[in-house]
Structure formats: C-alpha cells, structure tokens
Design a protein around this ligand. Structure first.
Ligand code: NAD
Length: 485
C-alpha cells in the first residue's frame, strides 16, 4: 500500500519545487511504503522563510503558553501511540515490541518535559560598580535539524521540543531512510495548536542537509548522525558561524569487574548490543570482562543470546528485526567477516538469517566475538549492528587506558558491586554518558551527548535549553558617566 507524502512547510503539505520524489520501504519486506517528495536547496529556502516568519511571533509568546502547546502535542503523541509505533516499525524495521515505549513514549516524555521547562528560562541580575546588569536568554531564531534513521520520531522530538520551548522555529530534515514519522508528527503538531511555519519537515538526502548547514538565515544546526557527516556539517556551518550541536557515533566500553552481579552485567551487555538490532549510537560494543569471570559471563550470556528471536518486526514476539537497508546489512556482514578473518572467535551468530515472508530483509543473528584485541577492526570501528566484542582484562588501570583508547567518547558503563571503584573508574573514563550497573537508559531529565569524536553539546535535561538560546548581557548605569575625556 504505497502512498504519496509531500514536504511539510508552513503548516501544510506541498510538493517539492523540483518535483523530485524518492521511495521509502519497509526494510523487513522491501515493500514500498510511500513515494516521498524530495526537498532540495530551493525548498529549504521556502521552509526557512516560513520558519523565520513564524518565529518572529512565537518568540513573543510567553513561556507558559508555549509550554501548553508542547504539552498538547505530547498528548497527541500518546493518543496516536499505536499508529506512530506501527509507522516507526514499518519504516525503520524496528520490532513492534519496542516502538510504543522506546520511540513514541520517549518522544512524548520529551515534549512533556520541555513543556514544563518552557516557563523556567531565566536571566540573572547583579549589582556592580556604577550600576547593575541583567542577562536575557533569547531564542536563536531558526534551527536547522538533521536526523539519523535509527530513532526517527524520538530524534524529531529531542530537537523540536527544546527548540520550540526556547522560542525558536525549526526546519527538520529526517533521514532519507525513515521520513514518515516526522511528517506525521508535524501534522499532529498542527492539530495540537502549533502555529503554522514553526515546524517544517523537509525529507531529502545529504544535499538538503547541506543546504541547512550552509543557510545564511539558519542560526543553529543540530545533527544526529555519523562522525564523518558531523565533520562536514561543522565545516559547512563555519561559513556562517552557526551554533552547532552534534550527536554522533561511538564505540563505547562496557566494563565488567570480577565482583559484578553477572546476571545484571549480562542484561546490560545484551541491552548494549542487541536492542534495536544493535543500531544504537550509545551501544557498549567493547565489552571488557575481568579474566577471572570471563568464562562464567560468557556462559550466562550465550544461554540468553541464543534465545533472542529474529523475525518480522510486525510480530509481537520478535526481539530483533532487519538491518535498516540491504546496503547497511552488507556492511555489518563485512565487519563480521573481518572479525573472523582477523582472528576473533565467533561464539554465536555471525551470519545472515532467512526469515519466511521477509526474504528482502537482511536479518543478522546476534553475534558475539571472544578473544578480541584492541587493534581489531571490529573493536575500533562503529559497526551499528548486533555485534559484540568481548575483551579480557585483569587490572583497573589497564582497563581504563584501553577503554579510553578510541577516537570516540559517547557512552560507557561499569558493572561492579564496589561503589568506590565504580565512581573512581567512571571519573577516569572519557565519555559523555555513563552508567553504573546499567546500560542505555536515557531518562529525559539526564543530559545526553558525547565528547571527543562523538559530538558537541547536550540534548535532554534543562541544559538542552542553553543550546537553543543565546545570552544577551545588559548593563544599566546608575549615575553620571565618569568620562576620562
Ligand atoms: P548519516 O551521518 O549517514 O546521516 C545522518 C543524517 O545526515 C541524514 O539525515 C543524512 O541525510 C544527513 N546527511 C548526510 N550527509 C550530509 C551532509 N554532507 N550535510 C548535511 N547532512 C547530511 O548517519 P545515519 O546512517 O543516518 O545514522 C547512523 C549514525 O548516526 C551512526 O554513526 C550513529 O552512531 C549516529 N547516531 C548518533 C546518535 C547520538 O545521539 N549520538 C543517535 C543516533 C544515531
């Protein structure tokens, strides 16, 4: 059942100026879901103009009123939970067992959180020599946002909610692989009372993203995507000195000490590698296990990994769906081959699995490599698939050094019952998001974002608002100027 989807600009659906379209498919079945209008530079110009016009009004709307509208939008998401979860499952190949909570609820939670925060944006006041000053946090203007394909609706919410709460308008380019949920999100936003022009959705490819990064009337660019794309976006944004937030990839360490609750550590390692079939930026794919518990850990891990069910993501009992695309699936399988050729021992998985009725999808069995070394390609590079590398260690200083030996710095976890050690080790690890005895839990209240090659800036939490505002300092003189001339 293929439909047509247009661009969403200024509160309505419009065709692309160049009349180009592209298809989006269900990665499990290969079924074409929709023919989607393809935004190019000229469309971005129209969207930015609509956004700028809407923002000129929106910035005067009091925070409480902005918050009420964001709250109404969060309610819309909750009312349409089943529909949006289904859409996300179809377009992204994500198991229907995951999408209601991981995608829709998390998006709604974010809107609700920033609805509340919209009233909390405050400046400072201080008396100083000769007078006083105050600061005014002001919106940036028009935000250009670019999304990845793994959490399309959640990414749209994570960028839109703080942007609008702080008084900005947004032009959002979803990934070309998953454009559908953002378009539906914008329609629901209009129903919720979001003024026309405030949220614009421009599906398209990298060139449309680049038109956003280069645009002279866009004031900030926020990207969720790969590290190489991040560097290009930052270079393009430099031309107009835009503010930049980058949520990029990772190769995160998960450290299991000898005193860890091993069942808990196995739960964490599985969540860190196989949720959303391994297509999660924060995944802890380098699993460092203390040599004295390595065998016991592996035994417990394999017993549980082998129970994971690959299948059609539409089936309620499916744990893992297909890779997002045949091309991405091929890449992941190549990494697996590189792991085998490089001398890592494949304990389970390591191959493509045929699923009846889903012959066009690339399904990859959850894969665990043991005997990995730090220099292996599978240990150094982000795979973005269900591939776990187990590395053995014996000493705390050694594991800290090896955990940090990466260009990335997105996430990390430590599993231990020794709390002193947990905090000590986390204090030394170079990563923006850390967990002690847990993995991949991202409450909206907690700042989210990487360091080093994994990005710049934070999403979620109160801090996100500072990435969507700028501060104006105003000095007020009290008394005559003591002029030296
Ligand atoms: P990608 O970098 O290929 O694409 C991301 C987005 O950037 C897409 O919308 C794409 O069209 C656009 N794009 C591509 N080239 C561009 C250019 N030159 N200028 C502007 N925009 C351009 O990434 P992907 O394959 O969609 O997603 C997977 C990557 O995203 C992984 O590396 C993953 O780790 C990362 N990711 C990070 C986070 C995070 O929060 N840190 C979350 C999800 C995904």
């Amino acid at each position: 059942m293929s439909t047509q989807r247009l661009l969403w600009i200024d509160g309505r659906f419009v065709p692309a100026i160049g009349n180009k379209t592209f298809t989006t498919t269900n990665p499990a079945t290969g079924e074409v879901l929709a023919e989607v209008a393809q935004a190019e530079s000229a469309d971005i110009d129209v969207a930015v103009a609509a956004a700028a016009k809407a923002q000129a009004q929106w910035k005067r709307v009091p925070g409480a009123a902005r918050g009420r509208i964001l709250h109404a939008l969060s309610q819309k998401l909750r009312e349409h939970r089943d529909e949006l979860a289904e859409l996300e499952m179809q377009d992204g190949g994500k198991p229907i067992a995951e999408t209601p909570e991981a995608d829709v609820d998390s998006g709604a939670d974010c809107l609700e959180y920033f609805a509340g925060q919209a009233t909390s944006i405050q400046g400072e006041y201080q008396e100083v020599d000769g007078g006083f000053f105050y600061t005014r946090p002001e919106p940036l203007g028009v935000v250009g946002a670019i999304g990845a394909w793994n959490y399309p609706l959640q990414i749209a919410c994570w960028k839109t909610a703080p942007a609008l709460a702080a008084g900005n308008a947004i032009v959002f380019k979803p990934s070309e692989l998953t454009p559908l949920s953002a378009l539906r999100f914008a329609e629901l936003a209009k129903e919720a009372g979001v003024p026309d022009g405030l949220i614009n959705i421009v599906p398209g490819f990298g060139d449309a993203g680049q038109a956003l990064s280069n645009h002279p009337h866009i004031d900030k660019i926020s990207l969720t995507g790969g590290a190489e794309t991040g560097k290009k976006v930052m270079a393009d944004a430099a031309g107009t000195l835009k503010e930049v937030s980058l949520e990029l990839g990772g190769k995160s360490p998960l450290v299991v000490f000898d005193d860890a609750d091993l069942d808990n550590a196995v739960s964490g390692a599985m969540m860190a590698n196989f949720f959303t079939q391994g297509e999660i930026c924060t995944n802890g794919t380098r699993v460092f296990v203390h040599e004295s518990v390595r065998e016991a850990f592996i035994e417990k891990l394999l017993a549980r990994v082998e129970k994971l069910k690959l299948g059609n993501p539409a089936d309620g009992d499916t744990d893992m769906g297909p890779m997002i695309s045949p091309e991405h699936g091929k890449l992941v399988l190549e990494y697996i081959e590189a792991g085998k050729a490089g001398g890592a021992k494949c304990l389970t998985g390591g191959e493509r699995v045929e699923i009846a009725g889903c012959e066009n999808g690339v399904f990859i069995a959850p894969t665990v490599f043991d005997g990995c070394t730090d220099d292996m390609t599978i240990v150094r590079e982000e795979i973005f698939g269900p591939v776990m590398s187990i590395l053995s260690f014996t000493d705390e200083d050694e594991v800290i050094r090896r955990a940090n030996d990466t260009e990335f710095g997105l996430a990390a976890a430590v599993f231990t019952r020794d709390l002193e050690r947990a905090h000590r080790v986390i204090g030394e690890i170079e990563a923006g998001i850390c967990w002690i005895n847990h993995y991949n839990i991202t409450p909206i209240e907690m700042p989210f974002g990487g360091i080093k090659g994994s990005g710049i800036g934070k999403e979620n939490s109160r801090r996100a608002l500072s990435y969507y505002s700028r501060l104006k300092s105003v000095f007020v003189a009290q008394g005559a100027i003591d002029a030296p001339y």
